[in-house]
Design a protein around this ligand. Structure first.
Ligand SMILES: N[C@@H](CCC(=O)N[C@@H](CS)C(=O)NCC(=O)O)C(=O)O
Length: 206
């Protein structure tokens, strides 16, 4: 049995979404970040960073959302969440996963950290405007890469779409315009997938 450690409205949504797409059986353990559960010794023993998501599968513990989503795709290959056996397709998939984390998500994380996540004395309001601009730069590259295609990598849904669509939902929650019609349509389409809707309900139910 796989166990996800997560908290609603965080990056654990990506992992629960991937599990729902894969039709996997899993247990969900809520780590309430807002009451300090991530800093309790039992959770720090699992993830010394005190962050979510984490996934435990037998003796394996993983703590990075992109690595976890990729693992779920490989663990449940029939899900089609990760390209199997075609190294070029896998490289394109990897490229968009890395883009999601290093380019698209980073400005949003900067906004979150300097608006509320960091201790007040560490926040630098002057970076907020630059972070918004950086997001618009990354969104433009994403819009060019997506073009008129339905999915970001290859011709079917993959875990790269999970990482990117979740990040676009994050931008929308911050009231940042995606700035491109194809991104608006892509986000609306992917965030309406039944597996994402189920994932949100599962996290809220704890
Ligand atoms: N790179 C990590 C980032 C994980 C992360 O920062 N998670 C946030 C929630 S979205 C968290 O747990 N923050 C709690 C903290 O920083 O103490 C991933 O993608 O899994």
């Amino acid at each position: 049995m796989l166990t996800v450690y997560g908290c609603p409205k965080t990056r654990s949504a990506r992992v629960v979404w991937a599990l729902e797409e894969a039709g996997a059986e899993y247990a969900y353990h809520k780590v309430d970040l807002f009451t300090g559960a991530g800093r309790q010794p039992d959770y720090l023993a699992l993830n010394p960073a005190g962050k979510v998501p984490a996934l435990v599968d037998g003796t394996l513990t993983l703590t990075e959302s992109a690595a976890i989503c990729t693992y779920i795709g490989d663990r449940f290959p029939a899900s089609g969440l990760t390209p199997q056996g075609d190294i070029a397709a896998r490289a394109c998939y990897n490229q968009w996963c890395y883009f999601a984390l290093s380019e698209l998500e980073q400005p949003l994380w900067t906004l979150a950290k300097h608006r509320f996540a960091l201790p007040e004395k560490r926040r630098v309001p002057a970076v907020l405007e630059t972070a918004q601009w950086e997001f618009s730069v990354a969104a433009r590259i994403l819009a060019l890469g997506l073009g008129e295609r339905e999915f970001i990598s290859g011709d079917h849904f993959s875990a790269a779409d999970i990482l990117i669509a979740h990040t676009l939902a994050w931008a929308q929650a911050f009231a940042l315009p995606l700035g491109h019609d194809n991104l608006d349509a892509y986000a609306a389409r992917l965030l309406a997938r039944p597996a994402f809707v189920r994932a949100q309900a599962r996290e809220l139910a704890g």
